[in-house]
Design a protein around this ligand. Structure first.
Ligand code: AMP
Length: 499
């Protein structure tokens, strides 16, 4: 039985009256969710090819996802914030024949369907399913391929790529307390199903708990919904966690029902984690993972409370079944403590990238995936990340290698800096890169000059001092809640505060 068949058996049986999904427009019991899935799966079973999904974080997306898996068709979640060419390529490479969309996405769905040969839009609205729908009697059709879920990488350091996963993505063992999803669990979800972090919510559903879906992140909504909807678990990105901590109502909100606050998908800072531990107590769990790998490692609540500074600066230890190695540029494993590229092997590794342009790209070697992340392993198995290999910039004047992460950490060490991002601006004429930065600040705002002086004092390297520091009131975030560096690079020159 697949995880969906098991879910439906329980939805039509012992959980029928229990609340499964809460969303802006209403609530669905497991019985209602099950009937929606059964009706749609019956319709989808007649088609071939993958089913695209273009939807906000709404129950429609969940219904299509589960109906596809029941009907044996791959489901391709389109990233709503990706560029139109990326969305088009993703659907084409996925061989999608239908594009299911929620009512809000109708114009985009229509224009994508006009651009991708053989793609038909299918509007979805949650109308009450006909009475008397029974659990699907016949077994689902034999799967045409093992590929089941298609996602797109975030593209924060390159062009987003389509990633094909098998059902192993849902069978991955998750360490305690992630595995302890119970029927009483109520999980708050902010991201769309097109991002891996959404799948953190699936164990809550398969355990008979309740998903509370919110369209897009909002710190105020978080502080209202946790007590209002009796939320027990949530996943945030570090910038989102920082926004919650900075919210004026955070100190007074009743967040005592939270049993697990998972965060990840982007780097965190010791200062923020200290603040979060003080505010939330022993519920923090950091997750490191890639769209290509599923969950790789976890820093547990105990690590947050009892770990030394090195442990708290790490992304934790591999989850069961996952192995991590740090290797040199030739792929040879490095001893503990040495920095190199992080390679990962595990049960939830992707089946491959989508599309002819990636056909020859050997991302997986003998079952190991090159993550493109730089890191080092401690003797105790804790992994510390140091940046992205691809983010390495070559300084235009000195030719020196510079890792933006180091400069970001130096900026974040200034007491007035809330968020910081550093990126390369290529020097078209002379080659090499210029170092640019953007920050958001507390009210006590130092000027760009003071921030540059601070970086020079901390790092003692002139070439690491950003040439421009742009002061923003808000950092642009991607759909996964990461700082959107391509967007920052795109706005260069507009209102920047230089040296
Ligand atoms: P994506 O697949 O687009 O979500 O991006 C995966 C990348 O996000 C990884 O390769 C890391 O660079 C970054 N990432 C994910 N989790 C963490 C974490 N806990 N800490 C720091 N970076 C992370």
């Amino acid at each position: 039985m697949s995880y969906v068949e098991e879910l439906l058996r329980d939805a039509f049986g012992r959980w029928a009256g229990r609340e499964a999904v809460v969303y802006g427009g209403g609530r669905l019991t497991y019985g209602e969710l099950g009937r929606h899935i059964a009706v749609l799966a019956a319709a989808l079973a007649h088609g071939t090819g993958a089913v695209g999904v273009l939807a906000r974080n709404r129950p429609e997306a969940l219904v299509v996802h589960l109906a596809c898996h029941l009907a044996g068709r791959p489901v391709a979640h389109v990233a709503r914030d990706a560029s139109r060419p990326v969305q088009r390529t993703f659907l084409r490479d996925a061989s999608a024949s239908e594009l299911c969309h929620d009512p809000n996405e109708a114009p985009t769905a229509r224009s994508l369907a006009a651009e991708v040969p053989g793609l038909t839009p299918r509007p979805l609205a949650l109308v009450p399913p006909p009475p008397g729908v029974d659990p699907p009697a016949a077994p689902p059709p034999a799967p045409a391929s093992r590929v089941r879920t298609l996602l797109c990488t975030g593209g924060t350091t390159g062009v987003p790529k389509g990633v094909a996963h098998t059902h192993a993505l849902f069978a991955q063992p998750v360490p305690e307390p992630g595995a302890l999803a119970t029927p009483g669990e109520r999980c708050l979800v902010f991201t769309d199903m097109s991002h891996l972090s959404w799948y953190f919510a699936m164990p809550t559903l398969t355990a008979g708990g309740t998903l509370v879906l919110h369209e897009g992140f909002d710190a105020g909504a978080f502080l209202r919904l946790v007590p209002g909807e009796r939320i027990t678990r949530v996943v945030l990105s570090p910038p989102q966690l920082a926004k919650v901590l900075d919210h004026p109502e955070c100190a007074g909100a009743d967040l005592s029902g939270l049993r697990l606050l998972a965060y990840g998908a982007a780097p965190s800072t010791p200062h923020r984690l200290h603040q979060a531990t003080e505010r939330f107590g022993p519920v923090l769990q950091q997750v490191y993972g890639l769209t290509e790998t599923g969950v790789v490692s976890v820093l547990t609540p105990e690590d947050h409370l009892y770990g030394d500074a090195a442990v708290r600066a790490s992304v934790g230890r591999p989850v069961p079944g996952v192995s991590i190695e740090v290797r040199d540029a030739e792929g040879a494993p490095l001893p503990d403590g040495e920095s190199g590229e992080v390679w990962v092997r595990g049960p939830a590794l992707m089946a491959g990238y989508l599309g002819p342009e990636h056909a020859n790209e050997q991302a997986v070697h003998d079952g190991w995936l090159r993550t493109g992340d730089l890191g080092r392993l401690g003797g105790d198995g804790y992994l510390t990340l140091e940046g992205r290999c691809k983010e390495l910039l070559i300084h235009h004047a000195t030719g020196t290698h510079v890792y933006p992460r180091l400069i970001e950490e130096a900026l974040l060490g200034h007491p007035a800096v809330r968020e910081a991002a550093v990126w390369a601006v290529p020097d078209e004429r002379h080659g090499g890169d210029h170092v640019h930065a953007a920050v958001t600040l507390t009210e006590d705002a130092p000027g760009a000059h003071a921030l540059r002086a601070h970086v020079a004092t901390v790092l003692h390297q002139d070439h690491m001092v950003p040439e421009h520091v742009e002061v923003l009131t808000d950092m642009p975030l991607t759909r996964a809640g990461k700082i959107d560096k391509p967007a920052l690079a795109g706005r260069r020159g507009r209102g920047s505060e230089g040296r």
